[in-house]
Design a protein around this ligand. Structure first.
Ligand code: THG
Length: 762
């Protein structure tokens, strides 16, 4: 019965009101099977997905929780799934709108008495963050955050397990988990990473494998039990089932695991920060923090910041990344600008293009808070001083958003001359931070160096202070190295010698100019000498000068390719507009657009960039293509590639994947007819004929809609036997594609492009 109701494509959350007894019946089966926590049927109960429905979020969540209570659930979780749209600037959803959408759910959950919030099936760290903020700002409910991972052990948006756990450890939730995600045995590497690093209990809630054409799932209750007992032995503490785990699966888990004592595991303590897709661990390698996004002494950058020319800022970021920086300092301290808004928009722009973690640098606590709030990971805050008022402003931000922080050894009396006095300030900073609940491992101390041209006798006090802080406090140290050479010639050389002294004294991270060969050579040499670069392999490789062609190098051959490959839409469009006078449209497409897309596509496949960046590049290329297209004369129309129909099949209301494929196809010059989601098979077939389309892409996310996909394909075949069909979506695989009768299986968006290119050639 439930199956039938669901297959009508009705939003499942509405069933709480239209069929409450049905929902309670399902819950009851799970309570009887032995579940301790029941997830209320609220996965999609947000205002975005309910748009146009006659019920409010509050009503639906109220009924959902009451339906679960009626089943005598020991504990009821408010279940929160993804909003179904990407957050800005990749999507159209503003960060604060995401917070507000989740907040509405949380307020209802709290009001109707949910015991815990389960934020699940998540893929995007920024969306997770908005949900966590919403829970914390609107309730005191415990939070479990669970992500879903793909075959490459990353989420759809490129988050790896280490990054997820590092971020969640810092922002502070009550449990971390993995749900959905392929098959329960394949997720072992993710559970292992969670177990190694998590200071929170770990939850494992996999699918019963993948759905089989018979309607059953590939993994039996016994096998699921076997997998989860394995994870219990590794230390996981919360267990459950996602897609396909009928009550008999939960009964098996109950039999195997109920009453077992949780095994205590001590997590590894590491100092780390993250971006949305990557973690920087501060260890023996000496971390390079790029200093160049700082307007001091840089007139061009000053102008760019004032004119909101983010393209220039992004260019600086990419150059530093290509040169080996693994963290970027972001500073926009200028008089006459709105620093909080500017810093926040710089952070938003940078994090959508750059995969490196950011160090958010401002003397203005308001600017720091605004930027840290919208940051998509665990940032490093630069900085706090030893003044009580500074600490009282900054530490609550560090704690609330889960950041690491740099403490400067200065206070109301300035920077002490002697190392011992700097140590005293450092000590006070560490103690005060701990009293705010910030762990010692997340505190960096900067012993501060001034220029050798004026405060010469103090230069080695700084080096001494680093040694003392390392010895007495055991915290990480960082230093703004380039200060030392202000006002002197041959700065890079002086900087590199000073950096070497500081590294010898125990410096963990240098805020430096990564474009300087002297600095980078000093670090590479130090990594050999301190045993980090085993066998000097990296050193040898670097100085043999055989570096693979990369985005930056390709970019040197052409500014436009760089602009596109780095997703700078406005600038790219203006260059293309200029080029149209001198180059033929086809030349622009082949020489620039396709080349940039190929570079991005290759980098995506090799794991060098992730989906957010790929989308950004595709949108830029698409905008350029639109301009070029206007200039194509009628007889050249052939160079606009073929028409492709895309649709999410009947009964399926998820369309993020399809929308991404659409942007990519358009960026490659295809004309896409998007039929939307929950589309009738008959309608798809009709449109194929009407537009004489040669390729159709169908997507399905829910296992229950596989039959609809098969049916749609049959209908297309009947009216257009030569039309090719590709299919994609979370639950699909090669075998399924074959079963539903598709010509191609597109594992991800790039695979979809390859198929389109293949078919348009053939
Ligand atoms: N500690 C911490 N943070 C810091 C500093 C520090 N942030 C800012 C600064 N000091 C470190 N960053 C810089 C950035 C640039 C320069 C020096 C330090 C610099 N700029 C050149 C100039 O002003 O002449 C311009 C360089 C160019 O054009 O390439 O020297 O100590 N925690």
């Amino acid at each position: 019965m439930l199956q039938e109701v669901c297959q009508k494509g009705e939003q499942p959350d509405l069933l709480n009101i239209t069929h409450p007894e049905l929902i309670t019946k399902v819950h009851t089966q799970y309570v009887e099977a032995g579940s301790h926590i029941i997830t209320a049927n609220t996965f999609g109960a947000n205002a975005l997905k309910l748009k146009g429905s006659s019920y409010s979020v509050d009503e639906i969540i109220g009924s959902a929780i009451s339906n679960a209570r009626k089943a005598n659930a020991p504990f009821v979780a408010l279940d929160i799934g993804p909003l179904g749209q990407l957050v800005e600037p990749l999507g159209t959803l503003a960060f604060e709108s995401a917070v507000e959408l989740f907040a509405e759910q949380v307020r209802a959950g709290d009001k109707y008495g949910a015991d815990v919030v389960l934020i699940e099936t998540m893929s995007d760290l920024l969306e997770i963050k908005s949900a966590i903020i919403a829970v914390k700002e609107n309730s005191n409910l415990p939070i479990i955050v669970s992500l879903t991972f793909e075959e490459n052990n990353r989420t759809f948006m490129g988050v790896d397990a280490l990054t997820a756990v590092t971020f969640l450890n810092a922002i502070g939730v009550d449990a971390i988990g993995i749900n959905c995600s392929r098959n329960p045995f394949d997720i072992a590497p993710i559970v292992d990473t969670f177990m190694r690093y998590s200071r929170m209990p770990v939850m494992v809630m996999p699918n019963a494998g993948l759905p089989l054409p018979t309607g059953k799932y590939s993994v039996s209750p016994k096998d699921l039990g076997r997998a989860l007992v394995g994870y219990y032995k590794k230390g996981a503490r919360i267990f459950g089932g996602c897609c396909g785990t009928r009550p008999e699966y939960i009964a098996e888990l109950k039999k195997l695991l109920n009453g077992k004592k949780p095994l205590k595991k001590k997590p590894l303590e590491v100092t780390a920060i993250t971006s949305g897709t990557r973690t920087e661990i501060f260890d023996d390698k000496i971390t390079i923090i790029g200093e160049r996004i700082n307007p001091t002494g840089k007139p061009k950058l000053k102008d760019a910041i004032k004119n909101n020319d983010m393209g220039f800022v992004v260019g600086e970021a990419i150059a530093q990344q290509e040169n080996g920086a693994t963290v970027l300092d972001v500073n926009c301290g200028l008089p006459d600008i709105d620093e909080p808004s500017t810093l926040a928009s710089m952070v938003k722009e940078l994090q959508s293009v750059i995969s490196l973690p950011l160090q958010i640098d401002s003397a203005n606590p308001m600017a720091i808070e605004k930027a840290v709030r919208v940051y998509n990971g665990k940032p490093l805050i630069n900085s706090v001083t030893g003044e009580q008022s500074s600490m009282d402003r900054i530490f609550p931000i560090v704690k609330k958003y889960g950041a690491a922080v740099i403490g400067l050894t200065l206070d109301q009396n300035g920077i002490p001359k002697k190392a011992a006095e700097r140590l005293q300030i450092a000590k006070r900073i560490v103690q005060t931070a701990q009293s705010y609940g910030i762990p010692k491992k997340d505190i960096f101390i900067d012993c501060l160096v001034l220029t050798a041209s004026a405060q010469q006798e103090q230069v080695f006090e700084t080096v001494k202070a680093i040694q003392l802080v390392k010895q007495k406090l055991g915290v990480k140290t960082v230093l703004g190295v380039s200060n030392v050479s202000f006002g002197l010639p041959n700065r890079a050389y002086l900087n590199s010698i000073f950096l070497t002294s500081a590294m010898t004294a125990g410096l963990d991270a240098g805020i430096v100019n990564p474009m300087s060969d002297e600095i980078m050579s000093a670090v590479k040499a130090f990594r050999v000498l301190n045993g980090y670069d085993k066998g000097a392999e990296v050193y040898i490789e670097a100085f043999r000068q055989t570096i693979e062609p990369s985005v930056a190098q390709a970019a040197q051959s052409s500014d436009l390719i760089e602009l596109i490959a780095t997703g700078q839409k406005k600038a790219a469009v203006s260059v293309v507009t200029g080029l149209l006078g001198s180059l033929k449209p086809l030349e622009i497409i082949n020489k620039y657009l396709v080349k940039a897309l190929d570079i991005a596509g290759r980098d995506y496949e090799s794991g060098k960039i992730f989906l957010p960046r790929l989308i950004k590049v595709a949108e830029t290329a698409k905008a350029c293509f639109e301009i070029v297209k206007q200039d194509i004369k009628l007889d050249d129309q052939t160079l606009v590639k073929g028409k492709i129909i895309l649709a999410t099949v009947k009964g399926d209301i998820h369309d993020i994947g399809k929308n991404i494929v659409k942007v990519l196809l358009q960026s490659y010059g295809y004309s896409v007819i998007d039929l939307g989601k929950d589309v009738d098979g008959e309608l798809v077939a009709g449109e194929v004929v009407r537009h004489n389309v040669k390729l159709v892409g169908l997507s399905a996310l829910m296992t229950t809609t596989i039959p609809a996909m098969k049916d749609t394909i049959e209908k297309i075949r009947k009216v257009s036997p030569t039309c090719k069909i590709m299919v994609g979506g979370a639950v699909l695989n090669q075998e399924y594609a074959k079963y539903v009768g598709a010509d191609h299986y597109a594992q991800d968006a790039m695979a979809g492009i390859k198929i389109a290119e293949l078919e348009s050639k053939g």
